[in-house]
Structure formats: structure tokens, C-alpha cells
Design a protein around this ligand. Sequence first.
Ligand code: SF4
Ligand code: SF4
Length: 84
Amino acid sequence: MAYVIVPELCTKDNLCFDACPEACISPAAEDANYEATDSLYINPELCTDCSACVAVCPSDAIYLADDLPAEYADAAGRNKAFFN
Ligand code: SF4
Ligand code: SF4
């Protein structure tokens, strides 16, 4: 299991990026692809389910993969695909 960011809900305020102790949220603001990316994404291979990102997200954009709202069910695959 891993946490998942719903791109449609993410405002890219980077609060989760700063809160994550595992550095598994991308892209970083200084990355070349940051401006062209519509959302931050969580690497499911690195996420330890600590939920620190959920606690700081003001947009309720982060869910456990199994708890994603039905209309955002494809978000888990989109987070994973960002790192492939
Ligand atoms: S649950 Fe923890 S490890 Fe996973 S993305 Fe959020 S802050 Fe990082
Ligand atoms: S804290 Fe929430 S709104 Fe902010 S960048 Fe992370 S997922 Fe997006």
C-alpha cells in the first residue's frame, strides 16, 4: 500500500514535499520538469505510509490507494506511472 496524490486536487503548494521524511514525492521545485507537471506525485515504491503528507495537505488531495474516491480511482496508476 502507498499513499496517492489526486492530481485534480493538488495545488502544488509543496507542503507534502517538505513534510515527507522519505523524499518520495516529486517533482522538486528545482527540477526541470516541475513547471510542466500538473501535480506532485508519490513514488509507491518508496512510500512508507507514515501519513505525514496527509496531515499537512490543505486540499485533501492525498489518499491511501484503497481509499481513493471512486472518481479518482485511476490516480494510483498515474502516481506510479510518473516514476516509470
Ligand atoms: S505517507 Fe509518508 S512516506 Fe509516504 S509520501 Fe506521505 S510523507 Fe512520504
Ligand atoms: S500538500 Fe496537497 S495540495 Fe500541496 S502539493 Fe502536496 S498533495 Fe498537492
